[in-house]
Design a protein around this ligand. Structure first.
Ligand code: UN1
Length: 469
């Protein structure tokens, strides 16, 4: 695979620094190496923020909050609009950097930047519509109304698989509402975060509002420090259930609020009356998109008996023709996993499933050569296998045969996670049952469309171990 370089338009100097407060780079913590998952080669090095620098950063965000909260919301929206404009200008190079650093294919990298632009637009609208109810009071000559005030500086902890969009979902809405933000990106994708922070810094400095967005690059200790800091009334964290449990405990212990977006174990139910081609496309996108490393990735397909054989044949055919390779090549459908550890987790999960009665229908191997590539795996399995109950962040899809809708819904719900779900059927009655209180127990329930592909216009999040808030 040809070696790619960091797009020069982004003006990134990754060997220098790690922590940005008011646009000054000042990292002096440990060195973090960003690796290109497509080649296994180093892309750049970043110096993380030390504990003291993280604290400084939190203090600066607190200071900036004092002014920012007083600015009328439409004016805050105007700054967010300018950031959206910059993101439009940098969509291509930033999308390319995201693809390069986390390995998702180029259309997904650019799609992520588009999501940032969309949420910026949404936030601008919000800046003129933040509402509050007025309700009749029981008391005479008395008015009763709700008013939303900003909370303060907010901590945002993001994962490698959405290196920039998830920050934007949180940060641009928070800033519009009058909060300032401290961002701890994944240590696997610091360069994408630096590029976004650079864009924000240029806008904030030109407009005279430094310190509204702040970046603290670091490992889990930086995350723990942010979660534990009493000056941050809200922590938003995206990542594994294990991480969320720690963050949730730490934040709750100091009476803070948390917003957790954790693991999923998303299923697509395919009934006998479904449009199979439509279902096939959705299962493919859901299981192969971002190489199965989305919290909304399709991990289980629950196929009704009558079509299960045909669907499985079609899936095997489609997996066989999926182009695996360079994520920046427009012909590629499946890019690499994030790192060596992810490859090992994939191999181990396939092995465990097969040792416990799973039947490997396709894939299961590492693709030899540089980078962290694997074949997509399709495994026929029984729903109650322990490994099927877990979220493995890799392109592994379990095919489970079901008798009918009732059994499908019960299997789909019978896992610890509750993020996204889908049903493919042409029956209105089945679709409505799936969407009803007796149907899917997930935060997101889709009909005739797959489990991944969040829309910024609707609330995004899950139930049960997926978190919430
Ligand atoms: C999507 O499905 O488009 O970690 C978004 C994730 C989520 C975002 C998913 N935070 O996969």
């Amino acid at each position: 695979m040809e070696a790619h370089s960091i797009p020069s338009e982004l003006r990134l100097k990754p060997v220098e620094p790690g922590c940005s407060c008011n646009g000054e780079w000042s990292g002096s913590g440990q060195e973090i190496v960003s690796t290109d998952p497509g080649t296994g080669k180093e892309l750049g090095r970043v110096l993380a923020a030390s504990a003291e620098e993280t604290e400084q950063c939190i203090r600066k965000a607190g200071k900036a909050f004092e002014h920012w909260r007083k600015l009328p919301a439409p004016q805050r929206g105007e700054i967010v609009r300018l950031i959206g404009e910059e993101l439009r200008k940098y969509k291509k190079p930033l999308g390319k950097l995201v693809s390069l650093e986390c390995g998702k294919i180029l259309s997904e990298g650019e799609g992520e930047v588009q999501e940032m632009i969309d949420i910026a637009d949404f936030a601008v609208g919000l800046s003129r519509t933040i509402g509050g109810g007025t309700m009749p009071s029981e008391r005479p000559d008395h008015r009763m109304f709700e008013q939303w005030h900003p909370l303060g500086p907010i901590g945002v902890i993001t994962a490698f698989n959405f290196p920039v969009a998830v920050w934007a979902w949180n940060a641009l809405i928070a800033a519009t509402c009058g909060d300032t933000v401290i961002w701890k990106p994944s240590e696997k994708t610091p360069l994408s975060a630096l590029a976004v922070q650079g864009i924000c810094n240029r806008v904030l400095e030109a407009e005279g509002f430094p310190g509204v967005f702040n970046l603290c690059v670091g490992g889990s200790e930086t995350g723990e420090q942010i979660a534990g800091d009493e000056n941050l009334p809200l922590i938003s964290a995206t990542g594994s259930c294990r991480m969320g449990r720690e963050v949730g405990k730490t934040v709750a212990a100091r009476m803070g609020r948390s917003l957790l977006e954790l693991g999923g174990n998303n299923a697509i139910i395919v009934l006998e009356d479904a449009d199979l081609d439509l279902a096939l496309r959705a299962v493919l996108f859901g299981s192969l998109g971002t190489a199965g490393q989305r919290c909304t990735s399709t991990r289980r397909v629950l196929a009704q008996k009558g079509i299960s054989g045909e669907l499985s044949e079609k899936l095997v055919g489609a997996y066989g023709s999926a182009v695996v390779g360079d994520p920046l090549d427009p012909g590629t459908l499946l890019g690499p996993l994030i790192d060596e550890e992810a490859v090992n987790t994939y191999l181990q999960a396939v092995k465990t499933a097969c040792e416990n009665g799973g039947e490997l229908l396709y894939g299961g191997n590492r693709i030899e050569g540089p980078g962290f590539f694997v074949e997509p795996a399709l495994i026929k399995a029984s729903a109650d296998l322990e490994i099927v109950q877990e979220e493995t962040f890799a392109p592994i899809l379990y095919l489970i045969e079901v008798e009918n809708l009732q059994e499908a819904v019960s299997i789909q719900n019978n896992v610890r996670q509750g993020l996204s779900s889908a049903i493919f059927t042409d029956s209105l009655r089945s679709a409505e049952h799936f969407l009803s209180a007796l149907g899917s127990d997930c935060g997101i329930a889709n009909v005739n469309i797959g489990t991944s592909g969040a829309e910024i216009g609707g609330a995004f999040g899950g139930e049960k171990e997926t978190g919430g808030g």
